[in-house]
Design a protein around this ligand. Structure first.
Ligand SMILES: NC(=O)c1ccc[n+]([C@@H]2O[C@H](COP(=O)([O-])OP(=O)(O)OC[C@H]3O[C@@H](n4cnc5c(N)ncnc54)[C@H](OP(=O)(O)O)[C@@H]3O)[C@@H](O)[C@H]2O)c1
Length: 284
């Protein structure tokens, strides 16, 4: 099986590159090699490569920057998946598209099912929802996987930022009134490979098991980071409110995803986020 992965330099694509399954040949394309917002380039590349499936790991993920960069966020997150879906439909290719918990407004207090009502509260969330809608309309057989709070040893993410700040600062305040589920990109990569091969149609959710606030996550990063010798001293980590840490983009207060339907469909189990954090820190 030949699978094309877009967004080669991102967190998810790095983990996909580390875990190519036996029997799969993969072609990874960076934004320079394939700009998914360029309709013609998408059609030409996929027609040339003729893969069996595409995993779209490319996205505009700068959530705060997107508030003032709507055009580019929509070009990548809405037009990009649209072009991929069009080309995949024309060429008979399966598409696995990755989306986000930010399609929800966060007003729930139990895990969001894949068919829960969407209502984004940020430009990024709106752009990702538009991408999902384009894929569903053009290619209903595509697999859409929403995920959340992704981190890996590559790229910029909360875990690496916390480790850096915890080594440099005397104390830290971390938001405690946003709840979600941290998700290791390596587990997400495994699920994407399975989805590219089993090709289930529709919208699914994937995160690691358990729930946490950013504060809980930070405390665990410090504890496990110290256990694994990545941090020498412990600093005070204080819970703060979202209102005391203003950001340009609003974020859902609650965005735990219900991943059960994907687990059943692919025959996989979730691992608790704390275990996955330990696994990731082991790699640093
Ligand atoms: N990170 C999270 O916490 C999170 C949470 C929920 C959902 N997700 C979703 O999960 C997926 C993977 O996220 P990630 O964390 O791996 O993202 P990431 O590390 O930011 O990587 C995204 C990649 O997309 C590439 N890209 C940007 N514009 C492009 C374009 N026009 N054409 C082709 N490639 C382009 C970027 O390339 P350059 O390096 O060249 O800019 C970058 O390498 C995305 O769909 C994201 O929306 C992420």
């Amino acid at each position: 099986m030949h699978i094309v992965v877009t967004g080669k330099n991102g967190q998810l694509a790095h983990e996909l590159a580390q875990s190519i399954p036996a029997g799969v040949t993969a072609t990874f394309l960076s934004s320079q090699e394939l700009d998914i917002s360029n309709r013609e380039a998408v059609h030409t590349q996929l027609a040339q490569l003729q893969p069996d499936a595409v995993i779209n790991a490319a996205a505009y993920t700068a959530v705060d920057k997107a508030e003032n960069d709507r055009e580019q966020a929509f070009a990548v997150n809405a037009d990009g998946p649209k072009h991929l879906a069009e080309a995949c439909r024309a060429l008979g290719i399966h598409l696995v598209h990755v989306s986000t918990d930010f399609v929800f407004d966060g007003s729930a207090n139990t895990p969001y099912a894949p068919d829960a009502e969407t209502s984004p509260v940020s430009v990024y969330g709106h752009s990702k929802l538009a991408g999902e809608q384009a894929v569903t309309a053009l290619l209903p057989s595509a697999t859409i996987i929403r995920t959340a709070w992704v981190y890996s040893r590559h790229g910029n993410n909360f875990v690496k930022t916390m480790l850096r700040l915890m080594a440099d600062k005397p104390q830290l305040g971390v938001v405690s009134d946003q709840t979600g589920a941290p998700t290791w990109a390596a587990g997400l990569a495994n699920v994407c490979w399975l989805a590219a091969r089993k090709q289930p149609a529709g919208i699914y959710h994937w995160s690691d098991a358990g729930v946490a606030s950013w504060y809980d996550f930070a405390v665990a990063i410090q504890a496990l980071g110290r256990e694994q010798g990545l941090l020498q001293t412990a600093i005070p980590v204080n819970p703060i409110r979202t209102i005391d840490y203003p950001t340009p983009a609003r974020r859902p207060a609650y965005s735990v995803l219900d991943s059960r339907s994907l687990c059943q469909t692919l025959g996989v189990s979730q691992v608790h986020w704390r275990e996955q954090l330990r696994n990731m820190l082991n790699q640093l």
